[in-house]
Write a protein of this length. Structure first.
Length: 465
């Protein structure tokens, strides 16, 4: 095996080893919550969407759209249940919130699952939430080390279809909730003084009824105190599921209410809808109990468009780059090719081959042809072939055409000057040979040799002069 074959085999072995190593390395996950329809990362929703599509009896679909576009979509003829799962404080503009509520007012249902509700939505829908904080880094460290996470209880109350049930979930996933009974906070005018918190029930009813704005002044003895009233959750909201804290059912995580001809369901556990959340314990039962609150209509989940979707590369290489094993195989192949260029760019001393002098086979070929004609007895044909070559030789050497009978005198004189032979002798030889070739008659061996000698002697004289 020469060096080039060894090099090719070594490259192939290195590529196979690189792919096997990459496949054996544990996968690196992206722990940021994306809720993407196609994402199989821990906090994507590929598993949820797949299960929902197979289990929802009235249909389930995912669409990249907005509430404003849905509201103005004339193709929506039947009542629809819209689901939006996200974890973002300022996702919706005032126009989107208005379009959302107008869509529900027409008889559609809405399920919003978020752990960071924005204040404009809370004011419009009249509820109060306690936003949670989710630490991706702490969860990632715990998961990589196999550490146990603290869990809390979620209780779904008894309804017409299901009995009351307790679900255990990671505390990180259910750290947000709704607030039904807000506190009222007193703050001293003197910023150096420590503020105090007083329960609403302890306030005088006349003072509470007097408060029309978010801030009011109350005079109490020698201190002037400012009263801050937090927004209240409307009694129209009906809690469905609660988070237990110290064995007390105080913090609802799922609520619903009527809005126009439709219904709104809000939930504070979006991470339970992700791949990681559904795979943990019996969270999938809780998730589908939430989804069943709007399952009497065809369900459409609103999904965010991928960032810079219009700039996604259409190159065939994008599949290789998107898959880590194939990506590293491409990188290794390019590196190997670069090394190949570097090491083969230098000049190599090659063996100089021995070039043999070309052999002249013309005489051998001539003898072979002559032998064939002689064996076949085609003497006249052989003379005609020779005469054809003879006339072409004269055209090339002395620029005369002996086939033109009218120019015989001039042609014979020119040949006599070039060869030194008598004009009569040249004329006799050429006329005799031409007549024999034109007659088409057969001839003997002696006649053949005579005519050929006539032509050879003239050629020899021309070559030697």
């Amino acid at each position: 095996m020469n060096n080039s074959k060894v090099f090719v085999v070594a490259i192939a072995v290195l590529l196979v080893v690189a792919v096997l190593i990459e496949l054996s390395v544990p996968k690196r996950f992206v722990w940021e919550p994306t809720f993407s329809h196609d994402s199989k990362q821990p906090f994507g929703c590929a598993l949820f969407d797949s299960l929902a599509k197979k289990s929802m009896k009235n249909g389930y679909s995912v669409k990249h759209t907005t509430f404003y576009q849905l509201l103005n979509d004339s193709s929506l003829k039947t009542p629809l249940s819209v689901v939006d799962i996200y974890s973002d404080y300022g996702k919706y503009s005032d126009l989107e919130i208005k379009s959302m509520l107008d869509l529900v007012s027409k008889g559609n249902k809405l399920l919003i699952c978020n752990d960071k509700f924005q204040s404009s939505m809370e004011d419009t829908l009249q509820f109060l939430s306690d936003n949670g904080y989710f630490s991706v880094s702490s969860l990632k460290r715990a998961a990589s080390r196999g550490l146990l996470r603290s869990t809390d209880s979620l209780v779904w109350e008894k309804d017409n279809l299901y009995p009351e049930h307790v679900y255990m979930a990671y505390s990180d996933f259910i750290n947000a909730n709704f607030v039904l009974k807000p506190d009222t906070i007193y703050e001293y005018d003197n910023e150096d003084e420590e503020s105090e918190v007083v329960e609403e029930d302890s306030l005088d009813r006349a003072v509470v009824e007097m408060i029309d704005s978010t801030l009011a002044t109350v005079v109490d003895g020698t201190y002037t105190k400012r009263l801050k009233v937090i927004r209240r959750t409307s009694p129209e909201w009906k809690p469905l599921a609660w988070k237990y804290v110290d064995k007390k059912k105080e913090y609802p995580v799922v609520m619903k209410r009527k809005w126009g001809r439709g219904e709104i369901v809000i939930c504070t556990t979006p991470l339970l809808f992700t791949n990681y959340g559904i795979m943990n314990g019996d969270n999938v039962s809780f998730v589908y109990r939430v989804l069943n609150t709007v399952s009497d209509n065809p369900i459409m989940r609103i999904a965010e468009k991928p960032l810079a979707e219009e700039h996604i590369s259409q190159s065939p290489m994008r599949y290789f780059i998107a898959n880590p094993p194939l990506r590293w195989a491409v990188y290794l192949a390019l590196l190997t090719l670069l090394l190949f260029f570097i090491f083969t760019a230098r000049r190599r001393q090659r063996a100089i081959p021995i070039v043999k002098k070309p052999e002249n086979h013309q005489l051998e070929f001539t003898k072979l042809i002559g032998t064939l004609y002689y064996q076949d007895g085609a003497h006249a044909d052989l003379v005609r072939k020779k005469y054809s070559y003879f006339t072409e030789f004269l055209r090339r050497e002395v620029q005369i055409d002996i086939d033109e009978d009218a120019d015989d005198e001039e042609n014979f004189n020119m040949l006599a000057r070039h060869t030194g032979m008598p004009v009569k002798d040249i004329g006799y030889r050429i006329k005799a040979t031409r007549k024999a070739c034109r007659s088409g008659l057969d001839m003997t061996v002696d006649e053949m040799m005579m005519y050929i000698d006539y032509m050879n002697e003239i050629e020899k004289k021309l070559v030697n002069t």
